[in-house]
Design a protein around this ligand. Structure first.
Ligand SMILES: C[S@@+](CC[C@H](N)C(=O)[O-])C[C@H]1O[C@@H](n2cnc3c(N)ncnc32)[C@H](O)[C@@H]1O
Length: 268
């Protein structure tokens, strides 16, 4: 089975392991407007899909892995052999000449950086430090499986609203927006350049409501916050559920933290 080739903040492996029976068995196209590492896409392995994200480096990596597999893999193999702290910083500071070398750079930095975080400075330059990973290994078979799974997929770099508006009756939207929206008082940040703002949350609820009225199947995970719940509670046809998940705290032996997450569905 193909698996995510990137480690992404907010990755939905826990959802695939714990909540997979919420996913539909029958649907037309699979549509994921906040792709990130695509855990749910790779788990479902749909025949037809539209995948999108606003991050152009991320989307370039998906497109090149699908269309230029040999070239991307050749570059990754070089990164694997040369990996070291010094090499990481050279690649991080270097511009790439082709889409395939850029895709390999994105995949390598994601694997070798600290905790698979994606963070850029004001000029859009990736600025996450080296992750002290001893051996960075790219498995050709695993990557090829991911490339094949993307074979029949439309991959787009665009805002979520455009993608949700493409969905038609009996398509399935899996929707996993960024969660980082609360400030210290547990209130939503109304505007920031890079974060998902409150205005985006409202835009998302309106776009999903339009899609639900068209008969699209919808499953969204979101932050379990009273203001987000209120956006969906009074919408016709939407159901809300809260799930708890355990998470190991990597710095402390056997320590766990419990997170609660909101799940919103329609037409399921
Ligand atoms: C929580 S992550 C998705 C994680 C993914 N489900 C996984 O398993 O890895 C959210 C994604 O939304 C993307 N994003 C943020 N704002 C967006 C927007 N306005 N339109 C589309 N994508 C956006 C980010 O680039 C990020 O990749």
């Amino acid at each position: 089975m193909a698996r995510p080739f990137l480690k992404w903040a907010g990755g939905k492996n826990w959802f695939v392991n714990q909540e997979y029976d919420r996913l539909p068995l029958q649907y037309n196209r699979y549509i994921e407007p906040f792709l990130g590492g695509g855990s749910v896409f790779f788990y479902m392995n749909p025949e037809q899909a539209i995948l999108s994200d606003i991050n152009d480096e991320l989307i370039n990596a998906y497109i090149c892995l699908r269309d230029e597999f040999e070239s991307v893999y050749r570059n990754l193999h070089t990164h694997q052999i040369k990996n070291s702290k010094e090499y990481y910083y050279v690649i991080r500071s270097r511009r790439t000449r082709t889409n395939a070398t850029s895709a390999a750079r994105t995949i390598y930095l994601n694997k070798a950086c600290f905790n698979g975080i994606y963070r850029v400075n004001r000029d859009g330059g990736f600025n996450v430090p080296y992750g002290k990973v001893k051996n960075v290994i790219f498995d050709k078979h695993d990557l090829h499986d991911s490339s094949i799974a993307l074979g029949n997929v439309e991959i787009l770099c665009q805002d979520f609203e455009e993608t949700i508006d493409l969905a038609e009756r009996d398509d399935f939207i899996f929707c996993d927006p960024p969660y980082a929206v609360l400030n210290e008082d547990n209130r939503f940040v109304s505007y920031t350049a890079n974060l998902f703002s409150w205005n985006d949350q409202v835009r998302l609820s309106l776009a999903l409501n339009r899609a639900a009225q068209r008969g699209v199947k919808i499953l969204m995970t979101n932050v379990n916050h009273q203001e987000v719940r209120a956006l969906y509670e009074n919408l016709y046809g939407f159901e809300l559920d809260v799930v708890e998940r355990n998470c190991m705290i990597s710095s402390q032996l056997n320590a766990r933290r419990v997170y609660s997450e909101l799940i919103v569905t329609a037409n399921m």
